[in-house]
Design a protein around this ligand. Structure first.
Ligand code: VAH
Length: 320
């Protein structure tokens, strides 16, 4: 069976639903510190687990005879700057417990998400290579860089089969994003429908690597299903997708909603975004396990707006 820790998060929610559809609902156990949305809670087993509690994790692995774990619980970049110690403890202790369970032979395979946040201001910003200078300036980025080193260490020293992806900013409609710097690229679609305008917390030419959630979920499943010997990188694979700026995503939305307007009021998250790459070289992921993104920016805008419109109609139907 599969256990997803942090199943109520932005990635965890869609990953749980996708894995349940693929493997059968009862074979995928979802867990989080709090309950999730109705689709998640009604489609298979759920456990309330604090990801920093090793005994609780170990008991769940025993109870459901878990063989693989997706550890999706973490505090993201913007929130982590407000709670650095808590972020470090959550991001690092949860990984340490899961790697230990794998070293002890209780689980056979681990997925752990890293992020382009592992790169910093001294990293080459265009087409950032897989191996390069990594001096992250955020607590979140530091925790993800340290986590990558632990993953590679547990693979080399204990043969733990842990696989990882450096996600770019992710855009999804099923859940609201939770405290990331790239969240503007999700909020903008909600505001475009609600208010017809969006005040963006990043400046108009802030280019960042981004990806639609469906592409990210497919990449996650692909890397986990790839034969062990095809995984050459045991720290974490670069994953790029597309890159765009707030100005470009606003223009893409305007093509669907001509009256949409955007204003800019950069806040503390501008400094975080400025420390990250503009675009990513993900050729290793393409070579090693056939990675290919499908969604371009206009595809994302069409899909986001149509799905959010549907969600709003369903919401008003239930209220009427
Ligand atoms: C964040 N969405 O903004 C996450 C991600 C690359 C960005 O790690 O913190």
């Amino acid at each position: 069976r599969t256990l997803i820790i942090g199943a109520c998060g932005q990635i965890g929610t869609e990953l749980t639903l996708a894995l349940r559809a693929r493997k059968g609902e009862d074979t995928v156990v979802a867990s989080d510190i709090r309950e999730g949305d109705v689709d998640l809670m009604s489609s298979g087993p759920f456990e309330i687990i604090d990801a920093t509690n090793k005994e609780a994790l170990s008991n769940c692995v025993d109870k459901y005879n878990i063989s693989e774990v997706y550890l999706m619980a973490a505090m993201l970049s913007a929130t982590a700057e407000k709670h650095p110690q808590k972020a470090w403890e959550l991001n690092m202790n949860s990984l340490s417990h899961v790697l230990d369970l794998a070293r002890e032979g209780k689980i056979k395979k681990v997925f752990w998400p890293s992020s382009i946040a592992v790169f910093g201001p001294t990293t080459p910003k265009d087409n950032t290579p897989q191996t390069t200078i990594m001096e992250p300036t955020t607590v979140y980025g530091i925790s993800k860089l340290a986590g990558e080193r632990w993953c590679e260490y547990f693979y080399r020293t204990h043969g733990v089969d842990v696989r990882s992806i450096r996600y770019p900013g992710l855009i999804s409609w099923k859940t609201l994003p939770g405290g990331g710097t790239t969240d503007y690229a999700v909020e903008i679609y909600h505001k475009a429908l609600e208010d017809g305008t969006y005040e963006c917390f990043l400046s108009e030419d802030t280019y960042l690597p981004m990806m639609f959630m469906e592409d990210a979920i497919n990449a996650t499943i692909s890397i986990m299903e790839a034969p062990k010997d095809e995984i050459r990188v045991r720290s974490s694979y670069n994953l790029g997708g597309i890159s765009f700026s707030p100005k470009e995503i606003a223009a893409s939305i305007k093509r669907e909603l001509p009256n949409f307007t955007i204003t800019y009021r950069p806040d503390f998250r501008q400094k975080i975004a400025d420390s990250w790459p503009k675009s990513i070289d993900d050729s290793l992921a393409r070579d090693d396990w056939g990675w290919e993104h499908q969604y371009e920016l206009d595809d994302i805008s069409r899909e986001m707006l149509s799905q959010l419109k549907k969600q709003r109609e369903e919401l008003t139907d239930t209220i009427d």
